[in-house]
Write a protein that binds this ligand. Structure first.
Ligand SMILES: NC(=O)c1ccc[n+]([C@@H]2O[C@H](COP(=O)([O-])OP(=O)(O)OC[C@H]3O[C@@H](n4cnc5c(N)ncnc54)[C@H](O)[C@@H]3O)[C@@H](O)[C@H]2O)c1
Length: 248
């Protein structure tokens, strides 16, 4: 498939996990990519794996208004058009809700929610010209209940909610804006997470897919590639669960 031949796509969180798999998938389908992360070493590795020699890598903290603004200013000087924005970057931590530190609450909201918004905010004028797509990575935590993730769930619920606002606001002008809601994907984020002490382990059952199998980030990358492509032209403003039936 070469659905992204002659298309320019931005992918955040491309240094690891789902973002990295998405970058590699879009590259395999012909995209020119601008890959973003805060982890320079990991992003360098992803960049070195891309076949398209015109793809570039950018060390950006998506939660920084100045950095995202400058990224898009520079983008306009060196690129003809933007066809899709894929927001994957995010962080997670588990805490008993009555023990959440305000610094951690703010950090999760700033990166996951506000950072995703900053990227959309500055990409929208460019996407209006190309009639492009946005795919935001939300989570099953935005739709179903997860224990110990108050800040994370709030941030993902926010992403799903504001993405629908964007879909309604810009859908009539040709944009497709959707969310993917993954669960149980094997990445550095989900491997051996630090859990709060004294948790009730019965609650862990609530975060298992139906077949009990944790899947590869490639299984989310394929969904993201679909939603960002012309194949999904009639899909707008949805939360697409890719969760192994967890919330069924
Ligand atoms: N792994 C899962 O099971 C799962 C489930 C639901 C949702 N998600 C979501 O998928 C996305 C990717 O998660 P993952 O599992 O691949 O995690 P990951 O930790 O492997 O990758 C996240 C990437 O985001 C980058 N990042 C973090 N903060 C950033 C910032 N401020 N600016 C730029 N880049 C930043 C990290 O450096 C890292 O490379 C996240 O939004 C996560 O919430 C993951």
């Amino acid at each position: 498939m070469d659905r992204f031949k002659d298309k320019t796509v931005i992918v955040t969180g491309a240094g690891s996990g789902i973002g990295k798999s998405t970058a590699l998938r879009l590259d395999a389908e012909g995209a020119k990519l601008l890959v973003i992360d805060i982890n320079e070493e990991e992003l360098g590795t992803t960049h070195s794996m891309l076949k398209n020699q015109s793809s570039t890598s950018h060390i950006i903290n998506i939660a920084s208004l100045n950095e995202t603004k400058k990224f898009f200013k520079d983008f306009q000087e060196t690129n003809k058009q933007l066809d899709a924005l894929i927001n994957v970057a995010g962080i997670l931590r588990f805490d008993n809700s009555h023990e959440v530190e305000i610094e951690n609450w703010n950090k999760i909201l700033e990166i996951n929610l506000t950072g995703t918004f900053f990227m959309c905010r500055y990409a929208l004028p460019l996407l209006l010209e190309s009639k492009g797509a946005i795919v935001n990575v939300s989570s099953s935590a935005a739709i179903g209940a997860h224990a110990w993730t108050a800040a994370y769930s709030a941030s993902k619920g926010g992403i799903s909610a504001f993405s629908k606002t964007l879909a309604v606001e810009y859908g009539m002008r040709g944009l497709n804006i959707n969310c993917v809601c993954p669960a149980s994907i094997q990445t550095p984020m989900s491997t051996n997470p630090k859990m709060p002490k004294d948790i009730d382990t019965r609650l862990l059952k609530k975060i298992m897919p139906l077949d009990g199998v944790n899947r590869s980030p490639d299984d989310i990358a394929s969904t993201i590639a679909f939603l960002a492509s012309e194949d999904a032209i009639h899909i707008n403003g949805i939360d697409l669960r890719v969760d192994g039936g967890l919330l069924t």
